[in-house]
Design a protein around this ligand. Structure first.
Ligand SMILES: [Fe+2]
Length: 206
């Protein structure tokens, strides 16, 4: 297959080509896994494979556009772009790389695909009521082959994503929140809301 970067505009291609090589390699692996999972789950997601798979690949390629910037740079960009900066983002500005990346894709690279922008925006924290592309990108970002070494739970969730994307997504959100709790960090409300929306409702006594 030809280089997936070739499907992007020259300016976006140039921006991605300027990322640190390990980050660009991560983006390529996420793109490949997101497109694979998109084809596998297209029907369950109410999509056609030929529509959702290229979108998932594009979302994977561009999702970390802003990941290489420092916390200070991300805070400055978030202010310049008029993005909300909550208490958690102020303490952990790396969380802003999704929203900042989405806003830059819109402002500087002419991307108008709202589904893609939303998926990039929420790929670190998740959000309530995640759409098809949000789910594919989140799962692919957390379970691409470069992330699995030394974490058997992630490897298990990657296998689960073959059969049940939503169970894997919920498991990944819970896994990420458990790690943050162990470190004594703050849970992002968007992650809590994403997980709550995916948990099956408790069965009612009849
Ligand atoms: Fe990211």
């Amino acid at each position: 297959m030809s280089d997936p970067l070739a499907t992007l505009s020259p300016s976006l291609r140039a921006a991605l080509a300027g990322l640190p090589l390990p980050l660009l390699a991560h983006c390529r692996r996420v793109a490949s896994l997101a497109a694979y999972l998109a084809r596998r789950h297209a029907v369950a997601l109410g999509q056609t494979p030929d529509d959702i798979a290229p979108k998932a690949r594009r979302a994977g390629l561009v999702h970390d556009l802003a990941r290489a910037w420092s916390g200070q740079e991300l805070l400055a960009l978030a202010r310049e772009l008029g993005l909300p900066v909550g208490e958690i983002e102020a303490r952990l500005p790396v969380l802003l790389h999704g929203p900042v990346g989405a806003a830059l894709l819109r402002r500087d690279y002419g991307i108008q695909d709202e589904e893609l922008l939303a998926a990039v925006d929420c790929h670190t924290t998740g959000r309530r009521g995640m759409g098809a592309l949000d789910r594919l990108l989140y799962v692919a970002d957390k379970t691409e082959p470069g992330k699995l070494a030394g974490d058997p739970e992630l490897a298990r969730l990657r296998r689960q994503a073959e059969e049940d994307l939503d169970k894997a997504l919920l498991g990944l959100l819970e896994h990420q929140m458990a790690q943050i709790r162990r470190r004594g960090g703050l849970l992002h409300p968007a992650s809590l809301e994403a997980a709550a929306a995916l948990r099956p409702a408790p069965s009612q006594p009849s």
